[in-house]
Ligand binder design. Structure first.
Ligand code: ZN
Length: 278
């Protein structure tokens, strides 16, 4: 498959399923998304988390989720990337994954108080299929927007375009295709993955898979934290289908599992599916 065809497929898949999201995003001033409006607040209230432990059933590629917990729309140093996606119920996680991510952001806010992050799609409230993702089915998958740099300073100019962010293209060195002065902050990507993995273990979880465009792994592993990531036992994908590979340049994807769980396996079946998928 040629690179051109991959790009067309990438655009077609995203447009076919998120047209309503894109229309909504385009109609809203991008900066307005940063406001937590009444609709978001009401939604968070409506879906406020019960204290029953979440249960992930099946695998990330074929599963469901019970007693899901909703990610906060916004925190001190993070925001969910797309208002319409959030209100469509795509920001749910297993409670322990949610706790892991929130603890990581809390830690990052102290280590890097002026650095801000974006969470992308998670899972449906009851799990199950969430087109166009092949995984994200049992609350154990999450997409994170790549943190960016321009002239060695944090760059946030592409953070506020909502679902269209999935369509952005970066070259094999992590430079934004439309403006090569903007590039992925690979050291921070690696640092965040390592922190998430550290806190995941405290919650009885582990990161079972990192999905990132294969061509970007060299850049990732070349950084200071990337070398630690490479030396760790965290699995970073070795191969992906051309389409899935092309999609994982603007964001990276993590799958979690229960390798260190205190939770009965009957409720949390194996999520360590390593078949190359999204
Ligand atoms: Zn994903």
């Amino acid at each position: 498959m040629t690179f051109y065809k991959i790009q067309i497929n990438k655009i077609a898949i995203r447009l076919s399923c998120t047209l309503f999201l894109l229309c909504a995003v385009n109609s809203v001033n991008a900066q307005e998304r940063l406001r937590v409006d009444y609709e978001i607040m009401e939604y968070m209230q409506l879906k406020s988390n019960d204290d029953t432990a979440s249960a992930s059933i099946g695998t990330v590629g074929n599963g469901t989720l019970k007693h899901a917990k909703l990610m906060p729309y916004k925190g001190k140093n993070f925001i969910y990337f797309d208002r319409e996606s959030y209100l469509a119920g795509r920001g749910f996680l297993h409670g322990l994954v949610r706790s892991t991510v929130l603890t990581t952001y809390d830690s990052l806010s102290r280590a890097l108080p002026h650095r801000y992050f974006n969470i992308m799609e998670c899972s449906n409230e009851d799990g199950g299929e969430m087109f166009p993702h092949k995984t994200h089915q049992n609350g154990m998958s999450i997409d994170f927007m790549m943190p960016l740099l321009q002239n060695n300073k944090p760059y946030y100019g592409l953070d506020t375009i909502g679902a269209a962010h999935y369509l952005l293209n970066f070259d094999d060195e992590g430079k934004y295709s439309r403006d090569p002065s903007i590039s992925i902050d690979f050291n921070l990507v690696a640092r965040k993955i390592l922190l998430i993995s550290y806190f995941a273990r405290q919650f009885g979880l582990n990161v079972t898979k990192v999905i990132i465009k294969i061509e970007l792994k060299d850049e990732l592993f070349a950084t200071e934290y990337g070398q630690l990531l490479k030396a760790s036992d965290i699995y970073v994908v070795q191969g992906l289908s051309p389409l899935i590979n092309a999609l994982h340049d603007d964001h990276f994807h993590l799958d979690f599992g229960f390798s260190y769980t205190r939770t009965p396996q009957a409720e949390n079946t194996d999520a360590t599916n390593r078949v190359p998928t999204e």
